[in-house]
Design a protein around this ligand. Structure first.
Ligand SMILES: [Zn+2]
Length: 280
């Protein structure tokens, strides 16, 4: 794949062929063998045979139009297979994950907001941007992104890790994360979440980096922080177990492709420099 250009503006002239990013729940249809194409590149005739209807235009992949759509039933084909977005994240190159994650979020939004949340009328997709307008009450709805903070907390060369009740892998520990509330700064969210979840106060909150997290529509914003005060006291509703871990005695931790994995790696790379007063 050479390049992907995001766009909401469909080409004026119809096209002979296009990429179809076809979702069945959380799975996406991909070619079985040819990595260079990956998503089905189909002529209009071939698309018709599969019963594909173009739902939402999302841009150009290798100069070809790219549409999302959903099917209720599995497409049975020797050429194609389904793969989950999570497996794409874990096993494919970042470029592929970025396109699929973007496509999934625009696709979900386009479907979920086909009716106005204020007056319940049907909405229309505007031609020049990803926006859905209610023509009756003029409410415009844009794709939603839910910001969440994720923070590595360090104390005396130890890292704060916790295991959440909702984790699929019951052995896995990670850094703490939580959704930003209305009216709250990111830094305040870091302090509140860590205090609420494990009873620890933090200081020196510093931005690290961010990562789009399309499960289903988050933006993870990573921070580093230093321990300030308090003893670990977990919120039983959210957290199953939490503790301070030394670099040479870490439990099972997330893949480094995730921001949580990167934050833990940052701790490992910089552990000699960590102290309570200055963690960078
Ligand atoms: Zn309305």
């Amino acid at each position: 794949m050479k390049g992907f250009i995001k766009s909401a503006v469909k080409p004026e002239n119809g096209e002979d062929s296009a990429y179809y990013i076809c979702f069945l729940d959380d799975d996406v249809l991909v070619e079985k063998s040819n990595e260079s194409e990956f998503f089905p590149l189909l002529t209009n005739e071939m698309a018709k045979k599969f019963g594909f209807q173009k739902e939402c235009f999302i841009g150009f992949l290798n100069n070809k139009s790219c549409y999302t759509l959903a099917t209720a039933d599995k497409i049975l084909s020797d050429e194609y297979q389904y793969i989950s977005l999570r497996d794409i994240f874990l096993t494919r190159e970042k470029f592929i994950f970025d396109i699929t994650g973007y496509a999934k979020q625009i696709h979900n939004w386009n479907r979920n907001f086909s009716f106005c949340g204020r007056c319940a009328s049907q909405t229309v997709l505007l031609p020049n941007e990803h926006a859905r307008l209610c023509e009756r009450c003029q409410l415009i709805n844009y794709p939603r992104i839910s910001p969440a903070i994720i923070t590595v907390v360090v104390k005396d060369n130890q890292i704060l890790l916790a295991r959440g009740h909702k984790f699929q892998d019951k052995q896995m520990f990670s850094v703490l994360a939580g959704f930003v509330e209305a009216g709250e700064s990111l830094e305040d969210c870091v302090k509140r979440e860590i205090l609420e979840e494990v009873g620890i106060e933090v200081k020196n909150v510093q931005y690290f980096k961010s990562q789009s997290w399309p499960f289903p529509d988050s933006l993870m914003i990573g921070f580093t922080a230093a321990y300030k005060s308090g003893e670990i006291k977990i919120d039983d509703n959210e957290i199953a177990e939490a503790g301070w871990f030394k670099a040479d005695a870490l439990p099972k931790i997330p893949n480094q492709r995730s921001l949580s994995g990167e934050l833990i790696q940052w701790f490992l790379n910089n552990r000699k420099q960590h102290s309570n007063e200055n963690i960078k």
